[in-house]
Ligand binder design. Structure first.
Ligand SMILES: [Zn+2]
Ligand SMILES: [Zn+2]
Ligand SMILES: [Zn+2]
Ligand SMILES: [Zn+2]
Ligand SMILES: [Zn+2]
Ligand SMILES: [Zn+2]
Ligand SMILES: [Zn+2]
Length: 537
């Protein structure tokens, strides 16, 4: 589906931010906006992790725990693995149960004197009797360097330890337990590596990889980038408890962190999953949706549109809405599905098909508009910007044409919101989801609210598309005309952004709470999914 195409690659982020600052300072002089634009929230970074930076990523978390509870590396890692690498859970546990409780819960044996070195037992070999009998092979070992003792105090000969490590790594164990029956202690990494490295260097390497992979495979805040071919990155989000978010990998793939499908908010994951499957099945295999032309309601000529705007006119002079093929007049709206109008005349299968077609058509209309607005409108907007910037007679504020790029960006964002809102509406108002029986009346009210919001967003997106295309506008305008164009465009962009925000709110606050199966959507991000940065290796 085209909805995951990423328009934001066109903009240099740093430059855009600087432009923002420049404009805000002068905002009052121009009277561009009624109120100050909302400041983007400052967020900590999401990181993109590769094989190379994997150990650095893991080290960050392990070091944090080593310092927090003052334990050796292998115990810190075991603790993190037990809590699926959720730092907040470890903090929480520590607060409620204390250090002892934290370790007991994870089945970790920690000597009280473990001060992050875990080598004390080995550092004091003279405390052991001169001759040790290994309780696995029953050999007597005279040289202290031929035996090893773990945190728990259990001591065996190095030969037996090595074979034990070999077998454990062979079984894919990510942490290796002590050989003593029922002893839950975890063998420290340094000993495992040292002993394995001497006799089985390949297995030692395999152990390192297992340890690293445990970070990716069992980590609630890390997911593999779903790109194909795979870009080799995993994304770590800032906070595992905020899995309903959308992220963009440095490779350009943007996806829903919760379900790893291409970004789809404000349509919730379960609905999007169904929509996507149905959409692929119905539109690619059955091909029963033909939305390439509409017939003019006046002269019945087939009309093909070009460009993104869905308000088109026929050579006969008739204006029509490309979404429904209806005549265009100021109060035209066609975003609601006319249940009653269709119900009377058709059998139920036909009715379901018509209902799906209604939502699918509109989904397609906005996806295709967005494509056109990327492929055709964007170069035109850029040409306008170049002309503007070369018009030295004009006030610098207007000449500096970032308002055009910003408005275009708002338009593309609104197309995504609109398209996905139809996927959402198809399920939300259909009979596949279950609503609390007591909420039926509220659903009807919220539906009206939603559809009104959707209609307003749609109308303003079309207007924005039109003013951005600037049909019939002379390339070089007088300053007052330009100022008006800039105000109109910027205001429309702001209105569109506000309606997108409102749409998310209606969905999350009014509609989704009515569902028996709770659903959540990723928050509205006018600039697209949060961008993950490559973690330095
Ligand atoms: Zn032995
Ligand atoms: Zn032990
Ligand atoms: Zn990627
Ligand atoms: Zn999802
Ligand atoms: Zn016509
Ligand atoms: Zn229009
Ligand atoms: Zn219409």
């Amino acid at each position: 589906m085209a909805s995951d195409d990423e328009p934001y690659l066109y903009y240099d982020e740093d430059e855009a931010a600087e432009e923002d600052d420049g404009l805000e300072a002068d905002e009052d002089d121009v009277g561009l906006f009624e109120e100050a634009a909302p400041q983007p929230e400052r967020r900590a970074d999401h990181w993109a992790i590769t094989r190379k930076s994997l150990s650095a990523a893991q080290q960050q978390d392990v070091s944090m725990v080593m310092n927090l509870v003052n334990v050796a590396r292998h115990n810190a890692r075991a603790l993190l693995m037990h809590h699926r690498w959720k730092m907040d859970r470890i903090h929480d546990f520590l607060e409620r149960r204390g250090r002892e409780g934290l370790f007991r819960d994870a089945g970790i044996v920690v000597p009280p004197e473990d001060c992050g070195t875990a080598t004390r037992a080995r550092a004091a070999p003279h405390k052991r009797p001169r001759i040790v009998t290994c309780n696995v092979c029953f050999e007597d070992v005279a040289r202290p360097s031929d035996v090893s003792t773990m945190d728990c105090g259990h001591c065996f000969c190095n030969y037996c330890w090595t074979e034990h490590f070999l077998a454990s790594v062979g079984n894919g164990k990510k942490h290796i337990h002590c050989m003593q029956v029922k002893c839950p202690a975890i063998c420290d990494d340094a000993t495992v590596r040292r002993l394995l490295g001497r006799k089985y260097p390949d297995t030692a390497k395999r152990f390192d990889n297992l340890v690293l992979d445990s970070y990716l495979d069992n980590n609630a805040s890390v997911k593999w980038c779903p790109s194909t071919p795979h870009c080799g990155r995993a994304i770590r989000i800032v906070d595992a408890s905020e899995r309903y978010c959308e992220v963009e990998c440095p490779c350009g793939a943007s996806f829903c962190f919760n379900c790893t499908a291409p970004a789809h908010s404000p349509c919730p994951c379960p609905m999007w999953d169904k929509w996507d499957a149905k959409f692929r099945g119905e539109s690619e295999n059955l091909k029963w949706i033909a939305v390439n032309t509409k017939s003019c309601p006046n002269c019945l000529r087939p009309i093909e549109k070009n460009g993104g705007c869905n308000h088109v006119s026929c050579p006969c002079g008739q204006h029509l809405c490309y979404a429904c093929g209806g005549q265009l007049h100021p109060l035209h709206s066609c975003n609601r599905y006319d249940e009653a109008g269709h119900a009377a005349n058709y059998d139920s299968i036909r009715r379901q098909m018509l209902r799906y077609t209604h939502y699918c058509d509109r989904f397609n209309v906005h996806v295709n508009s967005r494509k056109a607005e990327q492929a055709e409108l964007w170069p035109a907007v850029q040409r306008r910007a170049v002309l503007l910037e070369s018009a030295t007679a004009i006030r610098p504020l207007i000449r500096e044409a970032s308002w055009l790029a910003r408005a275009h960006r708002a338009l593309l964002a609104s197309r995504l919101v609109l398209a996905r809102s139809y996927a959402f509406a198809y399920y939300m108002f259909g009979d596949e989801v279950r609503i609390y029986p007591s909420e039926k009346a509220n659903l009807a009210i919220a539906k009206v609210l939603f559809e009104h919001q959707q209609w307003q967003l749609e109308e303003n997106a079309e207007r924005l598309s039109k003013v951005l295309a600037a049909p019939g506008v002379k390339p070089v305008l007088a300053e007052d005309e330009l100022l008006r164009a800039m105000q109109e465009t910027s205001n429309l962009a702001k209105i569109v952004d506000t309606h997108c925000r409102e749409m998310y709110k209606v969905i999350q606050d009014e509609l989704l709470p009515l569902l028996l199966e709770p659903m959540t959507i990723a928050a509205y991000r006018p600039d697209g999914p949060d961008k993950a940065k490559d973690l330095p290796a």
